[in-house]
Every structure is written in structure tokens, then in C-alpha cells.
Design a protein. Structure first.
Lengths: 187, 163
């Protein structure tokens, strides 16, 4: 078998390095994309304006002007919170008492939906969630009986409450007070 | 596990929002459907082509017709190719389980396009660009969750010439 010349060997390693780098960059980009998008969602200018760090915020109904998150549903009224369990649990409560669909979904920092509860699952009873860090935190007080403990797979993440509204103007007197029962508070 | 399903012109990703998603699925969902719910809560089907296989265009008119899917509630929303809502002058962005008027056969129908088609619910899609239709099924019935391909897909047919 013919041996490679030094020049051929040099080019072989150059091409190999280029291909390896391209594969690593590709994998890194695919891995990082959802995390970066979530970072912008949770800590970008709009999040700062809405002041939703460990605090519930209540954006207006979706219109064509809504350009924060892709594919917004015009049939849902959204409420949001960025949770941070680094310093202790975050208590999430709500009591919408609506006959139509609503849900509270929790998303990890990598965009995974790791928890959801809706009107049916809750029996349309008050929701009381204690969101805790999987790694534990130094300031965890006793969790009251009756509260549901949810372990967050990441220390920060996003809460999205959806309230169904087929006709917002006709329903807002009912659904606005209902969604404003949402709290998202560090304990 | 099968990740995608296509029924008629509609495609669904069965791992949308799921912690079981691989990194490519997670990245795709983050880019195109961030904050999706898992399929036991909501199923999503997206159509970017009509029934004839032609890409959907906002300057063409389409007649979308079907039966209400087996779910607690449903909606079909028109999005521009940047995945945001069209600036609809009549504020009609979707047809849903509340606004749909069913005919005597239990079917709904609506149209999309730049010009209203008489006698149907109209979702305006101004401009000349690509578009998609998104079908959301809230609390889909267990048999549909188990067999997403059993969805009876709404038909999407081009009507007249594009403008």
C-alpha cells in the first residue's frame, strides 16, 4: 500500500479537523438553540419590561402585534412567570373557577414541558404547587399539607397559564379576574 | 418511537414539548412552536401544503373543510411563514370549536386568502408570502392520542387563481 506523502498527510488532517469542527459546531448549535431561545424569552427586554421574575404577569390578548413567541394562539389568554428556585421553592397558586379549559404548564430552561395541570386534572379546585429544585436549596421551609410538590429539572424556567377564550370581549369580565388568581411567589 | 405523523396535508410531531424529545426535535420545536404542550394535553398538526401538495401561499384562496376532531376543543389558525399571525383586518385569526358553525352534516368550512369568499368564515391572509395552518386539539380523546393517524384531516383545497 502506497504511503501518504507529508503534504497529503497534512491535507488529510486539515480536512479531518474541518469535518470534526463542523460536526461539533452543528451539534452545539442544535443543543444550544432551545436554551438560547428560552434565555431570551425569560430574561430578554420584554421579560424585563413585564417584570415577571418570580412574579405572575398578565399580557394582553393575542393579536397580530404579538411577536414574542412563535405561533401564539389567538384563542387563549396567556399569563406568565419566570421561576427561579435557586434560593428556595416558588409557590404557584391559582383558582380560576372556570367551566372552560385552562391549564398551567411549566417549562424547563431547555424548553421541555415537564409539568401541566388543567381544569379537569385539578378537579377545578384551587391549585397549590410548590416548585422545588431537584438539587435542593438552602432555604426550603416545611411544605404545607395539601400542596403538590413539583421538582423542577432546571433552576430557572417558564410558567405559562392558558385560559381558553372563544370571544375575549364577551368573556373578559369573567376570565380576567379568573386568570388574575395566578400567583408565582418565592417562599 | 415514531416521532412524526402525516394525515392528509397535516403533519404532527408526537414528541413536541416532551422531555423525551431528542435534541433535533427540541430545537425544531423551539424554533417553530416554542412552549408546545405534550400530546396528552394538546396535539398540534401543521399544514404547509394544500391537498394537491402545493405550498400554501397567502395570496391564494383556500377552502378548508372538515368535521370537528375528537378533542375537547379545537382550533385552526392561519400563520404567515414567520409563524406569527397575519394582520387580519377583521381580527379573524382562527376558526375554533366555539366559532365554527356546523352544517347539517356536522361539517365546518372556512376560507383563507386576500379576498372574502361569500358564505364562509373568512381568515384574511394579506400579502404575498408563504403561510401555514395549525390545527390544535386540546385534551384529545385517548384513542386519538394513541393513534394520531386516525385523525380525520380537514381538507385544504385551492379556490380560483392566486392574485
Amino acid at each position: 500500500m502506497k504511503r501518504l506523502s507529508n503534504l497529503q498527510r497534512l491535507w488529510f488532517y486539515r480536512v479531518l479537523t474541518l469535518i470534526t469542527t463542523a460536526i461539533l459546531v452543528h451539534i452545539l448549535a442544535v443543543w444550544a438553540a432551545p436554551r438560547l431561545i428560552m434565555q431570551v424569552l425569560m430574561h430578554g427586554p420584554i421579560a424585563q419590561t413585564m417584570n415577571m421574575q418570580n412574579r405572575a404577569a398578565f399580557p394582553p390578548p393575542v393579536t397580530a402585534a404579538a411577536r414574542t413567541v412563535v405561533m401564539p394562539s389567538p384563542d387563549l389568554l396567556y399569563s406568565v412567570c419566570v421561576f427561579d428556585v435557586r434560593d428556595g421553592p416558588v409557590r404557584i397558586s391559582a383558582n380560576p373557577k372556570l367551566k372552560s379549559y385552562w391549564s398551567i404548564a411549566l417549562y424547563a430552561a431547555n424548553s421541555d414541558n415537564f409539568f401541566v395541570i388543567n381544569d379537569r386534572k385539578s378537579g377545578n379546585k384551587p391549585v397549590d404547587l410548590w416548585l422545588v429544585s431537584g438539587g435542593g436549596s438552602p432555604n426550603t421551609p416545611p411544605i404545607p399539607a395539601g400542596a403538590q410538590v413539583v421538582v423542577a429539572p432546571s433552576r430557572t424556567g417558564f410558567l405559562l397559564m392558558r385560559v381558553l377564550t372563544g370571544d375575549y370581549e364577551a368573556e373578559k369580565a369573567v376570565i380576567e379576574p379568573a386568570r388574575h388568581t395566578l400567583t408565582c411567589t418565592p417562599v | 418511537m415514531m416521532q412524526t405523523v402525516q394525515v392528509g396535508a397535516w403533519k404532527g410531531n408526537l414528541l413536541a414539548g416532551s422531555p423525551d424529545a431528542d435534541m433535533y426535535t427540541r430545537s425544531t420545536i423551539a424554533l417553530n412552536a416554542l412552549l408546545a404542550l405534550g400530546r396528552d394535553e394538546t396535539m398540534y398538526f401543521i399544514a404547509s401544503q394544500d391537498d394537491a401538495g402545493h405550498p400554501l401561499r397567502s395570496n391564494c384562496s383556500y377552502r378548508v373543510e372538515g368535521v370537528p376532531p375528537k378533542a375537547r376543543w379545537w382550533s385552526i389558525t392561519a400563520y404567515a411563514d414567520d409563524m406569527f399571525l397575519f394582520d387580519a383586518p377583521n381580527q379573524h385569526y382562527s376558526l375554533n370549536g366555539t366559532t365554527a358553525r356546523l352544517d347539517t352534516d356536522g361539517r365546518f368550512v372556512f376560507t383563507t386568502g386576500g379576498q372574502e369568499q361569500p358564505g364562509t368564515h373568512w381568515l384574511p391572509t394579506p400579502g404575498r408570502r408563504g403561510m401555514v395552518l395549525t390545527l390544535r386539539l386540546y385534551n384529545p380523546e385517548p384513542e386519538l392520542q394513541a393513534a394520531p393517524a386516525s385523525l380525520v384531516p380537514p381538507s385544504i383545497k385551492a379556490v380560483g387563481a392566486c392574485v
